[in-house]
Design a binder for this molecule. Structure first.
Ligand code: F0G
Length: 436
């Protein structure tokens, strides 16, 4: 297998060596991806090989990313891999959530089970391993919180220095706390995610630091293993739909790439439809896809949502995500703050739980069911991107009826669960318990 970098633009497709540090094509400015020349005749034993590796205690085999390394661009560089045993995230059945959405059945692939509690770890293990291979000392990212938590952990594990740029005041404490704990140089900038990304892209090359946002093609390679692991867990019988929240659109790009490579290699017989769900106040991709003419992509200048992870108005990976929708017969939907909040509480009541952005999936599925775009009996896997503990402040506000949308509107706690204050009196407590 030979891997190389390639321009994503179909009119260009310029090729570059894996050792080049590229985020955009030097010829046409397009996005960069990793591409492969596989010998397709060799793929038959892979499914069995990947299963066998699960029984092995070696670090690379225990990783739910590196176990699938036949599809990753690190053939000659396995000694430089940095792993925290990422991936291996479960697929969970949630009947109560299925009922809420109007489906017979729903499965959640819960990326919140990752070492730093989000799907970013799948990509970051590859991104930081590439930084290692390139001999970089300092790695940087802009983040709404999860990328920075993940990058900080992996960089520190590799002995590299993490530098993170965050939108001041718009990141949950759980995520900020992780970055501090993992030892990142943490810079809070008075600007939003899109503005900071533009700033950081200007300075990274000059400062000699390696950028680990999802514009980095090695991040996408790691993240595509979520699709591979999902297919493996479903015994290669892929669902009708895979649903995920959309922010910077790296994740949708990665899932699409993963499934289409599996298909190209004959490991699955079709690709699932990809549905991307955006928050109403941060939905540039939704508006673009809906627009009749599809001319220039227009960013949302002041994106707003309480799901701060996806508070992004100018997603860099939109061309890749658009191509994923085209190749998978996918779609984009948007959901309100109220819908996200209620869906999140329902996911909590199933005993699973997730962070706000992740709950956009269930809210979106419910909407797609109500409009008839999704069938009751369709096989649906929703990707829960982050752990429930990432944003406890949001949870507390929802359950105490004090959560307000960015426009000031109150969120109604339809599934609220308030703590009760009780006297230190056994009789009264017994009386209370009898009402259950
Ligand atoms: N869900 C969560 C929990 C996220 O943290 C993000 C992105 C997304 C969904 C959207 O994924 O950007 O690939 O479309 N978080 C980034 C960050 C932007 O900085 O942590 P996407």
């Amino acid at each position: 297998m030979q891997a190389f970098l390639a321009c994503f633009e179909s009119g260009c497709r310029a090729k570059f060596a894996l050792s080049e540090v590229l985020y955009n094509c030097p010829r046409c400015g397009g996005l960069i991806e990793v591409d492969y020349e596989w010998n397709e005749a060799n793929t038959a034993p892979w499914k069995e090989l990947w299963r066998e590796r699960r029984m092995d205690n070696a670090p690379l085999e225990q990783s739910g990313v590196w176990r699938y390394r036949e599809l990753l661009p690190f053939d000659d560089a396995q000694s430089q891999v940095v792993t925290l045993r990422e991936g291996n995230t479960p697929i969970l059945e949630a009947p109560r959530a299925a009922k809420y959405a109007g489906l017979d059945r729903i499965l959640f692939k819960h990326q919140g089970f990752n070492p730093t509690g989000s799907f970013k770890d799948n990509g970051m293990t590859c991104g930081v391993s590439q930084a290692n291979r390139l001999g970089k000392q300092v790695v940087a990212c802009v983040s709404t919180g999860n990328t920075s938590a993940s990058m900080s952990a992996y960089a520190s594990a590799a002995g590299l220095k993490p530098v993170i740029f965050l939108p001041h005041g718009n990141i949950s404490f759980g995520k900020l706390a992780q970055a501090l704990e993992y030892g990142a140089l943490t810079l809070q900038i008075e600007a939003n995610f899109d503005q900071i990304l533009a700033l950081v892209r200007l300075i990274t090359d000059r400062a000699g630091v390696y950028l680990l946002n999802s514009i980095n093609p090695f991040r996408i390679e790691g993240q595509k293993t979520m699709a591979i692991e999902m297919a493996d867990q479903l015994d290669w019988d892929v669902p009708d739909w895979v649903v995920m929240p959309g922010g910077n659109l790296g994740n949708a790009s990665a899932f699409g790439k993963g499934f289409s490579e599996l298909h190209r290699l004959g490991l699955i017989d079709r690709v699932p439809r990809i549905a991307v769900i955006q928050a109403q106040g941060s939905a540039p991709f939704y508006h673009y896809v809906q627009s009749v003419e599809r001319g220039r992509f227009s960013a949302v200048g002041n994106p707003e949502t309480l799901a701060t992870a996806i508070r992004i108005g100018d997603p860099v990976s939109w061309p890749k995500a658009l191509s994923v929708l085209e190749h998978t017969d996918g779609l984009v939907e948007l959901v309100s703050e109220q819908e996200i909040a209620d869906a999140k509480a329902v996911i909590g009541q199933t005993g699973i739980g997730c962070e706000p952005a992740s709950a956009a999936t269930l809210a979106g599925i419910r909407k797609l069911r109500s409009t008839g775009l999704m069938g009751k009996g369709d096989r649906v896997v929703a990707v829960l991107t982050g752990n429930v503990l990432k944003d406890p402040d949001y949870i507390y506000r929802y359950h105490t009826g004090t959560l307000k949308a960015p426009n000031g509107e109150e969120i109604v706690s339809h599934f609220g669960n308030r703590a009760q204050i009780v006297e230190n009196d056994p009789a009264k407590i017994i009386e209370l318990l009898r009402t259950l």
